[in-house]
Design a protein around this ligand. Structure first.
Ligand code: FAD
Ligand code: DHB
Length: 389
């Protein structure tokens, strides 16, 4: 089998890249280990930056997003007995939109299906080869158990944090940075109307809590738990109790309901550089991972492929290699901005056992909530820079 761009991974990065490449007249094949049902049901991120929304709309992917997405003006920042609203529209003139990654994934899947895009789900044993030559290829076992080979002009690794693509860059040619955190998130989906108009990020001595949402009758919550926590230690009653305590505010009440899904999500920061080696390009979680506190992971994956698609079109259609050559450096500027912001939000809101750190965190929260200059900094990062910056 032969194509121009072999895309490894059918997450948001892989599917959006194939969509944008098609608009540029470049054909691609997408390879994915999981089934389509599995990738569309994975509950992950929920917040889209304005530039992500704009990009999806401009590329014909906005019908359901505009009808069902919930634009938010800002967020609430909370610590015991204080809740402050940061209004991004007033501060920087930008919004964010609540729209689950599951829905983005379904919209992308449908658009790809309508375009007759070849996506091979259920593959295994993916291998990325000869990326330093002009004839890279990917080997895999298809869903029927047959060994196959996909030849391409370019391979793009969109295979997330555990895929093989980033390892296809030789160790001597790559540099990595990593930060682990002593905590994780317990993520909870509940069949109950949100008790808040906009997201609440709460720092509490027992640990961080986040009240998010998916729709008028589905709420999403996260609780800081120690790294390596066993979900069995968190029966539903304990979850509701912890959420009520950590989100507590006089005169406000948390509505509870049936918990429909819960899982523990590990947290880390990771960046691999460069995001291109020969004819292999990396995009999304394949190249970088952020802790989820700033809601950046999905948005960063979108920003990468928004840069990469025109760069590959330049390279493969017009023989202009400049944007492809600049891709890694350009993308990494945004990656490091988001890596810093996600680390900053994480370390401001998660609690540990150091009393000095606790005072610094509270001081920082008071500063962000009380100073327009500081609030604008948070807003600019949270709502996201325009793509390309
Ligand atoms: P992915 O969505 O991970 O897609 C990669 C795809 O590659 C997957 O479909 C995978 O099955 C496939 N793949 C892997 N290996 C191979 C292989 N060998 N061959 C072929 N295909 C392969 N971000 C937030 O902002 N907020 C959140 O609450 C949040 N929660 C998250 C929860 C979890 C459990 C995870 C893993 C991530 C979460 N994120 C969150 C981050 C966000 O979801 C990611 O940043 C986003 O999915 C990145 O998109 P991607 O396409 O780069 O990677
Ligand atoms: C959600 C996830 C995040 O990481 C975040 O910062 C805000 C909201 C969510 O899943 O709704």
């Amino acid at each position: 089998m032969r194509t121009r761009v072999a895309i490894v991974g059918a997450g948001p990065a892989g599917l959006l890249l194939s969509h944008l490449l098609e608009a540029e007249g470049v054909e691609s094949v997408v390879l994915e280990t999981r089934t389509q049902e599995y990738v569309e049901a994975r509950i992950r991120a929920g917040i889209l930056e304005q530039s992500t929304v704009d990009l999806l709309v401009q590329n014909g992917l906005g019908d359901r997003l505009l009808a069902e997405g919930d634009p938010h003006r800002g967020i609430h920042l909370q610590w015991p007995q204080e809740r402050h609203h940061l209004d991004f529209v007033d501060l920087i003139g930008r919004t964010v939109t609540v729209y689950g990654q599951t829905e983005v994934q379904k919209d992308l899947g449908q658009a790809r299906e309508a375009a007759g895009q070849p996506i091979l789900y259920g593959i295994g044993d993916t291998g990325v080869h000869d990326v330093e030559s002009d004839h890279p290829y990917v080997t895999f076992t298809d869903a029927d158990g047959k060994r196959r080979r996909l030849d391409a002009d370019v391979v793009v690794g969109c295979d997330g944090s555990f895929g093989p693509s980033r390892g296809a860059v030789p160790p001597a040619a790559r540099q990595t940075w990593e930060r682990t955190y002593p905590y994780a998130w317990l993520g909870v989906l509940a069949a109950v109307a949100p008790s808040t108009d906009e997201l609440i990020y709460a720092r509490h001595p027992d640990g961080f809590a986040l009240h998010s949402m998916r729709s008028a009758d589905v709420s999403r919550f996260y609780l800081q738990v120690p790294a390596g926590t066993d979900i069995a230690a968190w029966p539903d009653d304990r979850i509701w109790e912890a959420l009520s305590t950590r989100l507590n505010l006089d005169g406000w009440e948390l509505a509870t309901g049936a918990i429909t899904e819960k899982s523990v999500l590990p947290m880390r920061s990771f960046v691999q550089q460069p995001m291109r080696h020969g004819r292999l390009f990396l995009a999304g979680d394949a190249a970088h991972i952020v802790p989820p506190t700033g809601a950046k992971g999905l948005n960063l994956a979108v920003a990468d492929v928004a840069l990469l698609a025109p760069a590959l079109a330049g390279l493969l259609v017009r023989g202009d290699h400049r944007a492809a050559d600049a891709y890694s450096d350009t993308a990494l500027r945004r990656v490091w901005r988001c890596t810093h912001f996600s680390w900053w939000m994480t370390t401001m809101l998660h609690t540990g056992d150091d009393p000095f750190d606790a005072q610094l965190q509270l001081s920082q929260l008071r500063w962000v909530a009380g100073s327009e200059a500081a609030a604008r900094g948070l807003a600019e990062n949270y709502a996201g820079m325009p793509i390309g910056l």
